[in-house]
Design a binder for this molecule. Sequence first.
Ligand SMILES: NC(=O)C1=CN([C@@H]2O[C@H](COP(=O)(O)OP(=O)(O)OC[C@H]3O[C@@H](n4cnc5c(N)ncnc54)[C@H](OP(=O)(O)O)[C@@H]3O)[C@@H](O)[C@H]2O)C=CC1
Ligand SMILES: CC(C)(CO)C(=O)C(=O)O
Length: 303
Amino acid sequence: MDIVVFGAGALGSLVGGALAGKHAVTLVGRDPHVARIREDGLRISGELDALVHPEATTDPAGLVADLALVTVKAYDTAEAAEALADGDVDLVCSLQNGLTEGTLRERLGDRVLAGTATYGAELVDPGHVRCTGLGRIHVGELDDGGSDRAERVAAAFRAAELDCEADPAMARRRWEKLAVNAGINAVTALAGVENGALAGPPGARTAERAARETARVARAEGVDLTDDDAVTALRDVVDETAANRSSMYQDVRAGRRTEVEAINGAVVDLGRANAVATPTNGTLAELVRTWEAARDLRPPDAD
Ligand SMILES: NC(=O)C1=CN([C@@H]2O[C@H](COP(=O)(O)OP(=O)(O)OC[C@H]3O[C@@H](n4cnc5c(N)ncnc54)[C@H](OP(=O)(O)O)[C@@H]3O)[C@@H](O)[C@H]2O)C=CC1
Ligand SMILES: CC(C)(CO)C(=O)C(=O)O
């Protein structure tokens, strides 16, 4: 399968590098990371160990592939969609956090599949990505149901020894992941703690309130996700990734813009549209925005 990975940062390099052992992979990213890959290959360390030689480019124009994986940060999704629309890709699958598939579908139509990833990845140096935790990738149709094309994508991932399955209930899966991220990411980023610090009070209280709010918004959107489902998923991830720093914590430590708008901000926006109160997500979003604003990391049109 010819695969383009659009956004060869941490997650894109890990997944794209793993796929490169079995498929023709092109990573689309930035220098110096791309330049190093072209010179010496891509080193994968940590829970996975490989040296692979995928194609790599900084030029997003004219991409041709059977499958394009989208692994840019949520706030770069529209730009990724625009670049892919100018190319010739049969299928597009997001592995991003946040409900980004709508933005992709607006520009790319029904070529877009939904996806979630719980592998942990950190970019160590140009040309070197570390797998900080094994996880699972789920792919499927945005509006649920079985899907031959999702099965083909999952089989291609499994052929490269990635843990992946096609999920006929991706709407629930995406909202469950959003509830987990709404609970973990902002709390760990603001408190400066690893995920395991949310295993008990006081952190667990805030995280679980945010997850429950997200489940209520999911149900208002027609997705069958109970409060208990959301809290159980949160607790499972806290346990499984206890030593991990969440991606938002990593962004804060690095002084980078976060994905708060696609996570807690999205819960608040969709809650407002459905008359569902989301006070905890609202407070978490405002606190992260305050941190971003103090460092001039907010987009120009942000309030
Ligand atoms: N890292 C992880 O463990 C996990 C990440 N995720 C999700 O996956 C997504 C990606 O996360 P992560 O890999 O950590 O983020 P990174 O910032 O490491 O990777 C994104 C990369 O895409 C690049 N990029 C953005 N736009 C373009 C463009 N137009 N052309 C070329 N390159 C571009 C970025 O470059 P630049 O910064 O210079 O714009 C960056 O290198 C996020 O939604 C995240 O929440 C989900 C699960 C786990
Ligand atoms: C599941 C979790 C919280 C693991 O850290 C994640 O997806 C992230 O850090 O963005």
